[in-house]
Design a protein around this ligand. Structure first.
Ligand SMILES: [Zn+2]
Length: 475
């Protein structure tokens, strides 16, 4: 056996429960889980690395099912702003001063932050995503669902009013589609990499290209990860193109896109009927609670999709909105804001949220046969959580296990002290094995300071609400 974790509380997530095992052990061999059971039953004689899991929870790694790490250097750059200002007056004037190498360093920062807080699978959604896979995910040993952004909106749209319909540039869309297709061949032998198609949103792609993408997704037994019904801006475009009664979900349904090949991100500008239709047609959903609350002031309909029996995952989106790439924060946030919105403290309980952040994420990304539970034969994507920290203490296991709610409501993510992905140790005892964390943090800091300094004039001129706050000594 390559690695064994013993004396631990296991959360196996088997048989539709949390599968709690006391004094549990996990064995890992050739990247896969080879033993799940009691410590007294595991053969410890031939184990290369033995990890003592006393007073720890050992569970499947968390799945971030919707993440754009490329903007992480702009963390803190646009929050507490009206939605309409977020892009054009907030983040945009600063982002314009980023160089391609800033994107790589920001992305590295986002990935180490997420690994530290127990994320082992990343649905990375980006332009030129293979660059991030080659320079970050593969060297860091993280599992990635590489999703190339496919967008047909022509570059010169700065002059357009919100009601003006975007002009499409088919060549641009086709180029991104070709890049997306190449990912499958390029990474077919890489255990850590799978791919999905990323048509960005219905307002940013023609129906013709969307159909081409879907045909290819079927052919490759993959899926389409689409931002769905993101709000006012998208609605105006859809009404302009398809008529005054049109909505994103109605159009997707009319043209045959509302099925099990579709993974819809956000989905907040949808009616109850539309969500019912989506779930009954097998559409999967990913919610980004911190991001959508911070940018739109809206609770994503995760609780509703779950109550309808839909397949649901969670994601962090980008850093400058929510502030974090930390799945513990997403678990806590979605539970609390859903309870508040529904005025129901039983909404999205801890056990449900834990399932969404592990098995749920693996299902929406089509990885449920590989990850999402601790079972013999599955990939060894495993984290341990140290329960001895003050915020997770006391640990009580009778008549029930208090660490279940505590992991969701009291943990910060920094209690994760071992991270194993595909059987390889990425973090041991809270230290990265082969990633120079401090170097990335220093590099990121210097670059961010330069970007913000270079952007200062443009940012002031854009005159967002935040500019006044700076003048008032509040920011
Ligand atoms: Zn997104």
């Amino acid at each position: 056996m390559d690695i064994a974790i013993v004396n631990s509380w296991l959360l196996t997530f088997q048989n539709n429960s949390l599968g709690i095992v006391k004094d549990g052990a996990i064995g890992i061999e050739d990247g896969k889980i080879s033993f799940v059971g009691k410590t007294s039953e595991i053969d410890k004689t031939d184990v290369d690395t033995l990890i003592d899991g006393s007073n720890h929870v050992t569970m499947p790694g968390l799945v971030n099912a919707h993440i754009h790490t490329s903007m992480t250097l702009l963390r803190g750059g646009a929050q507490d702003l009206p939605e309409i200002e977020w892009m054009n007056k907030g983040i945009g004037p600063i982002a314009n001063h980023m160089k391609p190498s800033d994107i790589i360093v920001g992305s590295k920062l986002g990935v180490i932050e997420a690994l530290r807080s127990g994320t082992t699978t990343f649905a990375e959604y980006s332009t030129n995503v293979s660059k991030l896979v080659d320079e970050i995910y593969l060297p860091f040993g993280a599992r990635v669902v590489a999703t190339e952004t496919i967008n047909e909106v022509s570059k010169n749209r700065a002059h357009l009013k919100p009601t003006d319909i975007y002009e499409f540039d088919r060549t641009k869309g086709e180029k991104a589609f070709k890049q997306a297709c190449e990912l499958f061949k390029k990474y077919q032998k890489k255990e850590l990499v799978t791919s999905m198609f990323g048509p960005q949103a219905l307002d940013m792609i023609s129906l013709e290209l969307l159909q081409i993408v879907k045909d290819e997704a079927i052919e490759r037994k993959s899926g389409m990860h689409l931002h769905v019904a993101q709000g006012e801006r998208e609605r105006l475009q859809i009404v302009g193109r398809f008529g005054k009664n049109a909505s994103t979900v109605k159009v997707l349904n009319e043209y045959g896109f509302l099925d099990e090949y579709l993974l819809g991100a956000h989905c907040h500008d949808t009616s109850i009927d539309e969500r019912e239709k989506m779930v009954s047609n097998g559409v999967k959903m990913v919610g980004c609670p911190s991001s959508i609350s911070m940018i739109d002031g809206i609770v994503p309909p995760v609780g509703h999709f779950v109550s309808l029996g839909g397949k649901v995952g969670l994601g962090s989106d980008q850093a400058p909105g929510p502030g974090l790439h930390n799945m513990f924060c997403e678990m806590r946030t979605i539970s609390i804001i859903t309870k508040t919105m529904m005025r129901d403290p039983t909404a999205l309980p801890a056990w449900e949220v834990l399932k969404i952040a592990t098995g749920g994420g693996s299902q929406v990304l089509g990885l449920e046969d590989k990850i999402g539970s601790l079972e013999v034969g599955k990939q060894a994507d495993i984290i341990t959580i140290d329960l001895s920290k003050p915020n997770l203490t006391p640990v009580v296991d009778f008549p029930f296990h208090t660490f279940i709610p505590n992991i969701v409501y009291s943990a910060t993510g920094y209690e994760v002290d071992n991270v194993i992905i595909s059987g390889k140790e990425v973090i041991i005892d809270s230290k990265f094995v082969s990633i120079n964390e401090q170097e990335i943090i220093n590099d990121a800091t210097q670059r961010s300071q330069r970007i913000f300094r270079d952007a200062s004039e443009d940012w002031m001129k854009a005159d967002s609400l935040l500019v006044k706050k700076v003048k008032n000594g509040l920011l």
